[in-house]
Write a protein of this length. Structure first.
Length: 170
């Protein structure tokens, strides 16, 4: 009887987790897609072809999964007791740092899977240059603010209130 009761609970959590991952992935895909279009437009003005259109969805899936890992690790729990604004700023910084670190590790793992050494993968990541890594990290923070901000606000409100605010008729 206990297994029958907890089983639907697991299925509901799985559905909720999948829906959350899909929404986050879609949001990130739109954001990364706009950046890719902008990058392609700038490069085209210099007669440089750039069209990695599939890159946006892959990067969105990877970053969404990294966000899920951050949520599971509950890294931001140490930030409790701050004002909502400081909490959100720190959470964005922590998640951006986690995503950059996991992206660095991902490059190393991808290199090994493609028959190169771990060091080659890390050096390819570092060859992007610090200016590009920092600017992409800043863009990532700007993308994370509304994404994580809505979650922070949702957690501060009574259950279901944010959903009602967005989706109930006025």
């Amino acid at each position: 009887m206990t297994a029958a009761v907890s089983h639907p609970n697991r299925i509901e959590r799985l559905k909720h987790g999948f829906l959350h991952l899909a929404i986050v992935t879609f949001y990130l895909y739109v954001c990364f897609g706009v950046i890719i279009v902008y990058k392609a437009a700038v490069l085209k003005s210099y007669n440089i072809e750039f069209a990695p259109w599939g890159l946006g969805i892959v990067k969105a899936l990877v970053v969404a999964k990294f966000i899920e890992i951050g949520e599971l690790l509950q890294l931001e729990k140490r930030l409790l007791g701050m004002t909502l604004a400081w909490y959100l700023g720190c959470k964005v910084a922590v998640f951006a740092a986690l995503i950059v670190a996991l992206s660095f590790v991902e490059e190393g793992v991808a290199a090994v899977l493609h028959g190169r050494t771990l060091l080659e993968g890390f050096s390819e990541f570092a060859q992007m240059g610090w200016f590009l890594i920092l600017s992409e990290s800043a863009l990532l923070c700007l993308i994370l603010i509304p994404l994580l901000g809505l979650g922070v606000i949702n957690d501060a409100l009574p259950e279901g209130q944010l959903h009602r605010m967005f989706f109930d008729r006025r």
